[in-house]
Design a protein around this ligand. Structure first.
Ligand SMILES: [Zn+2]
Ligand SMILES: [Zn+2]
Length: 383
């Protein structure tokens, strides 16, 4: 066991704790992990918070007394079953800010920070939720999350303090920019410029409670996290998409805020946008969700946005969204796609409800015959 092994702090992300562990024992990262603990694999030029190697977790567990399960819970795997089903190994994952590992260097921060949180920490550390594209605003301080040092524009790569020979590690290192030493807790923070207080308040609720699965819009959407967030991501992508200009114009007019009418690169993945752009889109969708689905239907009608346009952006719509699209945005006869049946069945299983034609009919708004056909299809294909 190591002489000093700090406890992970509330919502702390694995890499932050790992860096604090090395620093509190007085070592730079390479000496600590390769020479002292004997872990030979690469750590800092890969995304250790996304898929920490099991051998690394076992070594950490042996030296600190933390169980490997506890350590895994500090990684982004903690959001499996909450925001998405599985964290994929390849490509960008939904809701996860990409670090863009390319030729063993990181091209993107992948991590935001709240200057006021860093300032109020007695021991500065980085939070797991700061890796989420959803978390574009600090829930505590209600300010827009920051992604760069205001002085030199470097990303918040706090682990770089511990890389390089003979480099002295300053106290409170995690608060400082690794490149120019600027104190990130002194970075300017600003409250979003958003005219609708209600959607701001509701968005704060969503980011404050998403891990416990409590939604202010349960009745008309999905009370279960995965299909709920799948739908939110569909909506932000559609509004931000190449075909979304008229939607953005109608929404900007209705809300009284510019939500990116003149965006230079529409269609960029949501996770690749700046925190300010993401926050504007998320607040827009939160505004749309109030009085669901009438605001959405009105805006789509105004912008000539049809069901096929919506489906163009995504391969699968969650059932609560496809139901609205079928009912209000489509002139074709009501048709249920297999993917919608799977989404509904997954939702029922996860919320421990039985699956029957009656339940499917109520949930998906199907006629008795269509519900029977859907149920039959599900039974045949459920494996
Ligand atoms: Zn904060
Ligand atoms: Zn800097």
């Amino acid at each position: 066991m190591l002489p000093i092994h700090p406890q992970p702090q509330h919502d702390e992300i694995l890499s932050s704790w790992m860096v604090r562990l090395a620093f509190s024992n007085g070592f730079p990262l390479h000496t600590f992990y390769a020479c002292l603990l004997g872990y030979r694999g690469a750590i800092w030029n890969r995304d250790v918070d996304r898929h920490p190697p099991l051998t690394l977790l076992e070594i950490l567990s042996r030296h600190t007394g933390q169980s490997t399960d506890n350590l895994k819970a500090l990684s982004l795997a903690a959001y499996e079953g909450v925001l998405f089903e599985n964290l994929t190994h390849l490509g960008n994952g939904a809701w996860i800010l990409p670090v863009g590992v390319f030729h063993r260097t990181r091209r993107r921060a992948g991590l935001q920070f709240c200057p006021r949180c860093l300032l109020s920490d007695s021991i500065p550390y980085y939070r797991k939720s700061w890796r989420l594209a959803l978390y574009a605003m600090c829930e505590r301080h209600l300010c827009v999350m920051q992604e760069h040092c205001p002085n030199c524009k470097a990303t918040a790569a706090f682990y770089r303090h511990g890389i390089g020979r003979g480099k002295e590690i300053p106290p409170f290192a995690l608060r400082l920019c690794h490149k120019c030493g600027f104190d990130l807790s002194q970075a300017p923070s600003f409250i979003p410029d958003w005219p609708d207080i209600r959607s701001l308040r509701n968005f704060k609720k969503i980011i404050g409670r998403f891990e416990v699965g409590h939604w202010p819009y349960g009745l008309n959407t999905s009370i279960f996290g995965i299909p709920y967030f799948q739908g939110i991501r569909t909506l932000v992508s559609v509004i931000n998409g190449r075909n979304g200009l008229r939607l953005r114009q109608s929404l900007s007019r209705a809300i009284g805020a510019d939500i990116g009418i003149n965006r230079s690169r529409p269609g960029l993945d949501f996770e690749c946008l700046t925190s300010e752009e993401r926050l504007n889109l998320l607040l827009t969708v939160t505004w749309l969700m109030e009085d669901w689905p009438s605001r959405f239907v009105t805006i789509c009608a105004e912008s000539n946005f049809s069901r096929s346009r919506l489906a163009e952006e995504v391969s699968a719509l969650p059932f609560w969204l496809s139901r609205v699209a079928d009912e209000f945005l489509d002139n074709r006869s009501l048709q249920t796609t297999n993917q919608e049946i799977i989404s509904a069945a997954t939702y029922l299983t996860s919320s421990h409800q039985e699956i029957s034609p009656q339940v499917l009919s109520g949930l998906m708004g199907l006629s008795r015959d269509s519900a029977k056909a859907a149920y039959k299809w599900w039974k045949m294909n459920r494996s």
